[in-house]
Structures are given as structure tokens and as C-alpha cells.
Design a binder for this molecule. Structure first.
Ligand SMILES: Nc1ncnc2c1ncn2[C@@H]1O[C@H](COP(=O)(O)OP(=O)(O)OP(=O)(O)O)[C@@H](O)[C@H]1O
Length: 269
């Protein structure tokens, strides 16, 4: 019986889980028997020192890296993602720090990049013609829906947007198409205070719609403000999961760096 086949403790449902993930690059062990659990409706922050293996673990659960060993489960079903598209098709959307937006294309075109809506009938089927009015309409609805009203012109090229607005478009796109999980890798790293605020509010808005979020971040105030639980990664694996309401930022840093061992009082349920 695999580790995940054991009945989970009673509590919130786990949407995405991993057990015993391993990924080696030559002699470097990027993740070393890593476990991961994302619960329904939560914001799970993933923190850890540089090189702890956070990105590699997240890439494994989003199809960007094939683990050498371990098991991934989505809605408690074992799953293998041969590539990122397979994870997207399963409802897992990832927004990387280097946003995969096309600067010269409009907001609407970026929202539908790789998922363009074609015109009905032969024009769409054979001539591959796009249904631009529909794409504009849906893009506007999705952005409005998430409170991104500051973007007024959906035809504006993405290169003319501020950093925060670009991040907003990337998050909105992922939230619009991610049906199960949204993974955000350092969404506020390149942003100023005001822009970060907007992106944090957007993440909270996405959570309020029921989509669980994985937030990888080095920004402790942001993590402690919005996370429901904090996964601490150390030396390639999960060290513990702490409760931001009972642990402090200095506890988190001490755990991350190995200055302190986890205490029962800090752990999340
Ligand atoms: N493609 C790769 N080839 C070789 N080594 C890699 C590769 N990807 C990651 N590593 C190594 O694996 C280890 C974990 O890297 P990873 O990027 O997952 O850590 P991280 O916790 O996300 O770090 P950071 O916070 O600095 O982004 C590091 O030692 C890194 O150099």
C-alpha cells in the first residue's frame, strides 16, 4: 500500500498531494523524498531557503519536471503529468515569475494564448479564424469578475501595462482556466508596495471563489498575511507545516534555516 493510500486524518479534503518525490540532477538532489498537501479552499504558502527545492517540487506537481520517484494525487487519484499541458488539462495552472505573456499582444489575446476561441463553422474549423469579439467579451468578464477594473482597454498591448497589472492579467488568466489548483511562483517579487497589495487582494479574491492556491514566496509579511498554512521546505523535503496564527515570522525563518526544530505548538492541524 502506498503512503497516500492510507486514510487521511479527518479534516478538509486534500486536492493535490505528493508523497516521496525525488528529483536528481546528476549528483545534486533537488528534492529528496518530498511530501506535499494542498487542501480545498486554502492558500498554502511554500517557503524555504534558496536551493531548498521549492521550485523543483512545484514543477513536479505541475508537470514541468518528471520526478525520478514518488507519487502525485489529484482529488485522491494517482496521476502522472508527462508535461505542463497535461497538468493544465487536469486543472492545475501555474504562473511563473517570468510571466508567460506575449508583450506585443493585447490583454484579450494574452488571456486566450494557446486557448483561442475559433469562429463557429468552416471559418473557424478550416480557416482557423478567431472569434475576436467573443474573446474580448470573455476576457473583459474574467478581469471584471476578479476586480481588475483598472484595466480599461482590453485591446491594450500587455507591454504598456504596469508590472502589477501584468501580474494581474497572468493571475486572472490562470484563475479563469485553472479549475482545480492555482500555483503562483513569487507573484510579488518584482512589484512595489501598491502593486503587491493589488496582487495580494487578487489572490484573496481567487481563494474566496473556492480555488485553492499554492504561493511560493520569500516575502514573510505577505506569506503571514494571506496564507492559511505554511509549508516549510528544507534540504529537499517538507520539514513541517506551520500555522501562521500560532507561529511567528522569526519562527518560520529559524525553521527554514535550521536554527530551530519544529515545536508542536507551531504546527498546523
Ligand atoms: N535544471 C536543473 N539542473 C541542475 N540542478 C538544478 C536544476 N534545477 C534545480 N537544480 C538544483 O536543485 C536544487 C533545488 O533548486 P530549486 O530551484 O528547486 O530550489 P528553490 O528552493 O526553489 O530555490 P530558490 O528559492 O533559490 O528559487 C538547487 O541546488 C539547484 O541548483
Amino acid at each position: 500500500m502506498s503512503a497516500l493510500a492510507k486514510p487521511a486524518a479527518a479534516g478538509p479534503q486534500t486536492v493535490l498531494a505528493a508523497r516521496g518525490l525525488v528529483k536528481r540532477y546528476g549528483k545534486v538532489v533537488a528534492i529528496d523524498n518530498a511530501d506535499f498537501d494542498l487542501r480545498a479552499g486554502e492558500i498554502l504558502a511554500v517557503i524555504g531557503d534558496n536551493g531548498a527545492g521549492k521550485s523543483t517540487m512545484i514543477k513536479a506537481v505541475s508537470g514541468a519536471v518528471r520526478p525520478d520517484a514518488g507519487e502525485i494525487r489529484l482529488d485522491n487519484q494517482p496521476i502522472v503529468f508527462p508535461n505542463p499541458q497535461a497538468a493544465r488539462d487536469a486543472g492545475i495552472e501555474t504562473v511563473y515569475q517570468q510571466l508567460a505573456l506575449s508583450p506585443a499582444l493585447s490583454i484579450a489575446d494574452n488571456m486566450f494564448l494557446g486557448r483561442e476561441i475559433r469562429r463557429a463553422g468552416p471559418a473557424g474549423q478550416y480557416l482557423r479564424m478567431l472569434d475576436k469579439p467573443r474573446m474580448r467579451k470573455v476576457a473583459r468578464e474574467k478581469l471584471n469578475d476578479l476586480g481588475l477594473m483598472t484595466i480599461q482597454n482590453i485591446d491594450q498591448p500587455v507591454e504598456t501595462l504596469s508590472g502589477g497589472q501584468r501580474q494581474g492579467v497572468a493571475v486572472a488568466r490562470a484563475a479563469a482556466f485553472g479549475s482545480k489548483v492555482l500555483i503562483l511562483d513569487e507573484p510579488t517579487a518584482a512589484l512595489g508596495v501598491k502593486e503587491s497589495r493589488k496582487v495580494l487582494d487578487l489572490i484573496l479574491e481567487v481563494r474566496s471563489r473556492g480555488l485553492p492556491i499554492v504561493l511560493i514566496s520569500h516575502n514573510m509579511p505577505h506569506v503571514f498575511e494571506i496564507a492559511d498554512r505554511i509549508h516549510i521546505h528544507r534540504l529537499g523535503r517538507r520539514l513541517c507545516v506551520i500555522d501562521p496564527k500560532s507561529a511567528s515570522m522569526s519562527d518560520a525563518v529559524a525553521l527554514m534555516t535550521g536554527a530551530k526544530a519544529p515545536e508542536t505548538s507551531m504546527l498546523a492541524a
